[in-house]
Design a protein around this ligand. Structure first.
Ligand code: XIL
Length: 300
């Protein structure tokens, strides 16, 4: 096939992009979006600081713009994200007692998932809960500090009740290298959830890579998680300088793992990227295909 989405679909996978509502009016951007991609992730519009800026007052306008546009074109939508320490409004981070925070977290998950029932096929229920470095433990956050290790389980159980049909994912970065303590910490959590019947369906690997691309063990990591009985996805792919072999190696790691169900790049053109200085994406600032685009299409 001649586009990323159509080529990925030949093996039952999707190829997605992070989308910003504010760019949809740019016709170069939207033309590439609709030609190449069959899944979209709102880049910021479903984050807590946009959807519930003050307690109990929900704003789904910007995310609806992305989601409704995508669904009308047959593109799937990934929900990003429900519980995250970052882009979290001050009123949440300053909550001081566990009972209040638990009910606020559950209400946030339930209200947002109810709004997107039947529209969002998979949710990043919890994002980036594990610490960098060698601890293999959760990072500090208001959720961790007040609710303890059980906050992740609580979030997934609430999410399953809110929309039993949605896929529930844990999403993180720097969990691509199999032997890293952070990877192993997430692996132990997923293994524990599966053994105790805590609902979890998928693990998202952000894959924000440096010029070297994925670690050599990336496919091992994907297949090891998949063997626990979850799907895996590459959810936020970008690679500094976009070397062709680094993109090809990333795509091949997914293609070689049957339960790796899709790949999402974190933006369309280099100029759309949160790491624009690294020129890490598949299209240049004018919307032309880069060499990495061809390497990606060939590897799919
Ligand atoms: C980034 C967005 O791309 C930026 O526009 C925003 O300013 C900060 O967040 N991990 C994630 C994404 O899960 O939500 C982040 O997105 C990038 C890192």
């Amino acid at each position: 096939a001649s586009t990323l989405g159509a080529q990925a679909a030949q093996s039952g996978r999707y190829f997605g992009a992070a989308v910003a509502a504010g760019r949809l009016g740019d016709s170069t951007y939207s033309t590439i979006l609709d030609r190449e991609f069959n899944m979209v992730t709102p880049e910021n519009e479903m984050k807590w600081d946009t959807t519930e800026r003050s307690r109990g007052s929900f704003n789904f306008g910007p995310a609806d713009q992305i989601a409704n546009r995508a669904l009308s074109r047959g593109q799937r939508v990934r929900g990003h994200t429900l519980v995250w320490h970052s882009q979290l409004p001050g009123w949440v981070s300053s909550i001081g007692d566990a009972n209040t925070l638990r009910s606020v977290m559950n209400n946030h998950i339930t209200t947002q998932m109810a709004h997107y029932k039947g529209k969002v096929y998979a949710w990043d229920v919890v994002n980036e809960a594990f610490a960098d470095g060698g601890s293999g433990q959760h990072r500090p956050s208001v959720f961790q500090n007040l609710l303890g290790d059980g906050f992740i389980e609580q979030a997934f159980r609430t999410a399953r009740s809110a929309d039993p049909a949605a896929k529930l994912c844990y999403n993180d970065y720097n969990i691509e290298n199999w032997t890293d303590a952070k990877t192993q910490g997430v692996y132990r959590m997923v293994r524990d959830f599966k053994s105790r019947g805590v609902p979890i369906d998928c693990v998202g690997f952000q894959a924000h890579f440096g010029t070297g691309g994925p670690p050599a063990s990336f496919q091992t990591t994907l297949s090891s998680f998949a063997a626990l009985g979850v799907d895996v996805q590459i959810t936020e792919l970008d690679i500094a300088q976009a070397p062709t072999n680094a993109y090809a190696n990333t795509v091949k790691a997914c293609m070689n793992v049957p339960r790796c169900t899709g790949i999402t790049v974190w933006g369309i053109r280099d100029t759309d990227s949160w790491r624009a200085g690294d020129k890490p994406l598949l299209f240049d600032g004018s919307g032309n295909k880069k060499a990495a685009y061809n390497a990606t299409l060939t590897a799919l």
